[in-house]
Design a protein around this ligand. Structure first.
Ligand code: NAD
Length: 272
């Protein structure tokens, strides 16, 4: 049997309580990682911990930390505790993110701040804390930021979200340059449409459902991604399979961004 990819390694995964982060946590557990799972929803973390503990090896450890990643004091205590418990930190995956949909003319300063604080600022400063630790520990770590096709394709109704993910793409590139001398690789993965519970819960009206079907049809592969397909890409970036790759944003989007000229125009004409 092949050795699990992350045996004796520790990964911090944010946004692990649901959706993509949860799928990544499940996949890393199968690949032998020790896990520090982070989310603002304590109950969801506890559920996941119980589930993972029934499938992990006896030597694997799963700890959960609930709190608000937008708070600097939470980010600091999170990294301190992870180091106390596990020692070295090898991987961090940032999946916590929000994607409210509001027309540009109606976005308030508060809504802008909430999106940018979590999707960009929290990632920036958590990466800073973790990278400092990896350098002290002499760990050739891997950072994986979960971005979006919104870093590439302008989409009406999510000006703040697109800005946050475009910023995340550039942050990924700059960190890749600055951390390369320490052997730390930094990449981002941009999913297209993934049918997570959060996304499905937004499909309450017939109009929302129609728009969702339309979005699916924009993907040349004509379907949404499975969470497992996103996790595959994260495993690639977090493992030695991508040992010569840094500073990249990989779109796992069923070809959506390849056809953006046509899809964006259709969307804009219909909605605005
Ligand atoms: N679902 C998609 O179609 C899709 C597409 C492209 C990109 N993404 C990106 O993937 C990531 C995950 O999206 P998802 O669909 O799995 O969302 P999700 O809502 O299912 O999961 C996000 C998790 O982040 C947690 N979270 C929210 N605010 C937090 C905070 N302040 N502190 C700590 N945790 C917090 C939530 O509790 C939740 O469990 C996001 O960055 C999103 O932008 C999603």
């Amino acid at each position: 049997m092949e050795k699990p990819l992350f045996k004796n390694e520790t990964a911090i995964i944010t946004g692990a309580g649901s959706g993509i982060g949860r799928g990544i946590a499940q996949r890393f557990a199968k690949e032998g990682a020790n896990l520090c799972l982070v989310d603002i929803q304590e109950e969801k973390l506890q559920q996941l911990k119980r589930e993972l503990e029934s499938m992990t090896q006896p030597e694997q450890r799963v700890v959960v930390r609930s709190g608000n990643l937008c708070e600097g004091s939470f980010r600091e205590s999170l990294v301190e505790e992870a180091v106390e418990i596990f020692g070295d930190i090898h991987v961090i995956v940032h999946s916590a993110g929000i994607y409210p949909s509001t027309p540009f003319l109606e976005i308030t300063e508060q809504e802008w701040d909430s999106v940018l604080d979590l999707n960009l600022k929290a990632v920036f400063f958590l990466n800073q804390l973790v990278a400092k630790m990896m350098i002290v520990q002499g760990v050739k770590g891997r950072i994986v930021n979960i971005s979006s096709t919104a870093s590439e394709v302008a989409r009406p109704g999510v000006a703040h979200y697109c800005s946050s993910k475009a910023g995340l793409k550039m942050l990924t590139q700059v960190l890749a340059l600055e951390l390369a001398p320490h052997g730390i690789r930094v990449n981002a993965l941009g999913p297209g449409l993934v049918e997570t519970d959060t996304l499905l819960n937004t499909l309450k009206t017939e109009k929302a459902k129609r728009e969702h079907e339309e979005k699916i049809s924009f993907s040349p592969l004509n379907r949404a991604a499975l969470v497992e397909e996103i996790a595959d890409g994260v495993v690639y970036f977090a493992s030695s399979h991508s040992s010569y790759v840094t500073g990249q944003t990989l779109l796992v989007d069923g070809g959506y961004a390849a056809g953006r000229i046509f899809t964006s125009l259709q969307t804009i004409n219909r909605r605005f």
